[in-house]
Design a protein around this ligand. Structure first.
Ligand code: ATP
Length: 297
């Protein structure tokens, strides 16, 4: 019996590993357009679990040596705070997220999490500590329940239900023909952009990481879905260290700090009120977007 138990146990382990790697692969597809090239150092330790949050120190980076995207970027996201990055398209916002997740190594400077240079710890422990809500979530051809539980396959049903509540998905699921057992995907239910993002959020909540990386894509959502996604995100971000890559300024008003990125440089930094008062790049972007919304309405 015991002889049978060991291989079965090993199989269970391998199955869980594969399911977990599916989640990671999915996140990778969403954040990346090319394969990762980073490697762990021999005997790299795991990421410390307490410390001072996220720190970018003089970080410079380019996808190709001849074209630098980020120039000496420095900022801190203290534990439990929310920092948002805004800036025009192509400024390098999503690149910051890819570097934090260590899909690429920096060319100069240091990114540290909980005091450890992320190049010195295992990629696995780093990525386990970060929950990513990507711009475009891929759902599997499976039930809604399994799509959410992919975040941590060993999660209990109660944990999955709590994540659903926090992600503002309960009403949506109640209205489905088979509830949580409803299949999504090609031959199953079609899910809207906002619902997909909330499923991604629930998945991250099941994973329960101390750090959140939100690559917001609310531009494609209607205003009801946008409000639902934002409400859910704000609720869950408030106890965690959160870096928000914001493509719309309306989503970042309440951040503890807003960084304005322009051509890969931080050109302004402050709260919403401070940045409006400064009448600089942020204020210009803010009034531009406000005018855009008015004319759209
Ligand atoms: P947006 O708001 O439009 O998403 P962003 O500020 O997030 O823009 P990034 O996605 O960080 O911008 O891209 C910054 C620059 O890096 C862009 O010029 C982009 O074309 C380039 N870039 C992004 N990903 C890659 C890649 N994998 N390889 C080469 N260049 C890339």
């Amino acid at each position: 019996m015991i002889q049978l138990f060991i291989p079965l146990n090993a199989l269970g382990f391998i199955y869980r590993e594969i399911r977990q790697s599916l989640v990671n692969v999915e996140q990778m597809f969403s954040l990346l357009k090319q394969a990762p090239r980073v490697v762990d150092q021999p005997n790299a330790p795991v990421l410390p679990d307490t410390g001072e949050g996220i720190r970018f120190h003089d970080v410079s980076f380019g996808y190709h040596p001849q074209r630098r995207i980020l120039h000496q970027v420095s900022f801190v996201v203290p534990t439990g705070q929310k920092v948002a990055v805004v800036g025009s398209s192509g400024a390098g916002k999503s690149t910051l997220g890819r570097l934090l997740f260590r899909f690429f190594d920096v060319d100069a400077g240091v990114i540290s999490v909980n005091g450890a240079d992320i190049r010195t710890v295992t990629q696995r422990s780093l990525r386990a500590a970060i929950g990513v809500v990507p711009q475009d979530t891929v759902l599997f051809n499976d039930t809604i329940y399994n799509n959410i539980a992919y975040g941590r396959p060993e999660a209990t049903e109660a944990e999955v239900h709590e994540a659903i509540r926090l992600a503002h998905l309960a009403q949506f699921i109640e209205a489905l023909p088979d509830g949580l057992q409803t299949k999504v995907g090609e031959r199953g239910l079609k899910v809207s952009g906002g619902e997909k993002q909330r499923i991604a959020l629930a998945r991250v909540l099941v994973k329960n990481p101390p750090i959140l990386l939100l690559d917001e894509a609310t531009a494609s959502l209607d205003s009801v879905s946008e409000q639902a996604v934002l409400g859910a995100l704000n609720e869950v971000a408030c106890q965690r260290t959160t870096l928000v890559i914001a493509h719309r300024l309306s989503t970042v008003r309440d951040a503890d700090q807003i960084l304005v990125l322009d051509h890969g440089r931080i050109v302004e930094q402050g709260t919403h009120e401070q940045l409006l008062a400064a009448q600089g790049v942020y204020a210009r972007l803010w009034y531009q977007q406000a005018r855009g919304n008015d004319s759209a309405e």
